[in-house]
Design a protein around this ligand. Structure first.
Ligand code: ZN
Length: 366
């Protein structure tokens, strides 16, 4: 998508970043790094011309953490060839509001910010009438965390347990009116099949209670554009994928990101998941849930994590894990047009100004 001599740029960027990186880690780390780099280079992507937007990250606002993302980008580009063009930064519980301008500057235009609230159970903090101002200032969405009671950040908060609570109505009504995207809203937690429930949310009754609350919220705000984090946590059982089909079919403004889902693909039928991704490719966005790391080793390990996610989507290889674990699953070998939508086209359509930012970075996106 970039003009003229992009291929030679990739080679140069890769060689340069590898040299700089090896210099930085010193002799002791060189062998481990060389091994990692070799495994990273094992399979080049055939989709290096498709820019990728990671819509679900927690980069934060620190210049050092942002620099690590850019260094990791160079390593991935130079080894496997995937072009991580933009990250959407959802902040964190300790930093719900990021400084847009300083993040943009440190991230060289590649890191876009959302406002966030990681404790919806004690009420949503941003006054509804201020939402249009945040949009005007460049923030591209509002991230809300509404996970299960067992993971509440303040365990004694019992006032607003579910996302459909009427206390949230003014916020969601204002978001709907202002066109503020409900960015990577976190509902429930992974609930695997019997014998594989996961530690996050082992109780299926609580899982479905939260799903029903989410469904009620979407019914209350049909004009709200929503990206549900982690595949709406509904890709851990084949029956959940059917529920996801129903939800996407019923609520046309609902979309999902893939953050932290890759490690659960071994729990479901690969063909079912592949068919689902192709069928609903207009509504699925790439995401990882990448956080912060502080050392140069993390640059390579995070490039490897990204590489596993890309291989899972692009190839039919047996991939040893996703972004967070090493559960082996066969890649989905998605068609090119599906990858384009998941990697960037859906994000351009859904979030304000993302297309504009991509163009400023030199991408031709049609
Ligand atoms: Zn997250």
């Amino acid at each position: 998508m970039k003009s003229s001599n992009r291929r030679s740029f990739i080679c140069t960027a890769g060689a340069t970043s590898a040299a700089v990186f090896l210099e930085r880690v010193g002799v002791a780390g060189k062998q481990a790094v060389a091994d990692a780099a070799q495994s990273l280079s094992a399979g080049k992507t055939t989709y290096s011309d498709i820019p990728c937007i990671d819509v679900h990250t927690h980069v934060g606002g620190e210049a050092g953490a942002i620099a690590r993302y850019l260094a990791m980008r160079d390593i991935l580009l130079g080894s496997r060839g995937n072009d991580l063009a933009i990250w959407i930064n959802l902040g964190s519980n300790s930093h719900p509001i990021l400084d847009f301008d300083s993040v943009m500057k440190a991230g060289r235009g590649r890191i876009l910010c959302c406002i966030s609230d990681y404790s919806s159970h004690d009420g949503l903090d941003i006054p509804p009438d201020e939402l249009p101002n945040w949009l005007e200032r460049g923030y591209i969405g509002y991230k809300i965390w509404a996970g299960p009671p067992s993971r509440r950040l303040k365990p004694d908060d019992s006032g607003f347990p579910y996302i459909d609570d009427p206390a949230h109505d003014p916020t969601f009504d204002a978001m709907e009116k202002a066109g503020m995207v409900c960015a990577s809203i976190h509902i429930a937690d992974p609930n695997g099949p019997y014998h594989h429930r996961t530690k996050w949310l082992p109780d299926p009754v609580e899982f479905w209670r939260e799903m029903m609350a989410f469904r009620a919220r979407l019914a209350r705000n049909p004009g709200l554009t929503v990206v549900a984090a982690h595949g709406m946590w509904s890709v851990c059982q084949d029956a959940q994928i059917d529920f996801l089909r129903y939800m996407l079919g019923t609520y046309p403004n609902l979309n999902i990101d893939l953050a932290a889902t890759f490690q659960y693909y071994h729990l479901v039928s690969r063909d079912n998941l592949r068919d689902f991704m192709i069928e609903w490719s207009d509504r699925i966005l790439f995401g990882t849930d990448a956080g912060r790391w502080s050392d140069a080793d993390g640059d390579v390990s995070h490039a490897e994590r990204y590489s596993r996610c890309f291989r899972m989507l692009e190839t039919d290889e047996l991939v040893e894990g996703g972004f967070f674990s090493m559960n082996e699953a066969k890649g989905l070998a998605l068609p090119r047009d599906v990858l384009e939508k998941i990697y960037f086209k859906n994000a351009v359509r859904i979030y304000p100004r993302v297309g504009e930012h991509l163009r400023k970075l030199g991408y031709t996106i049609g």
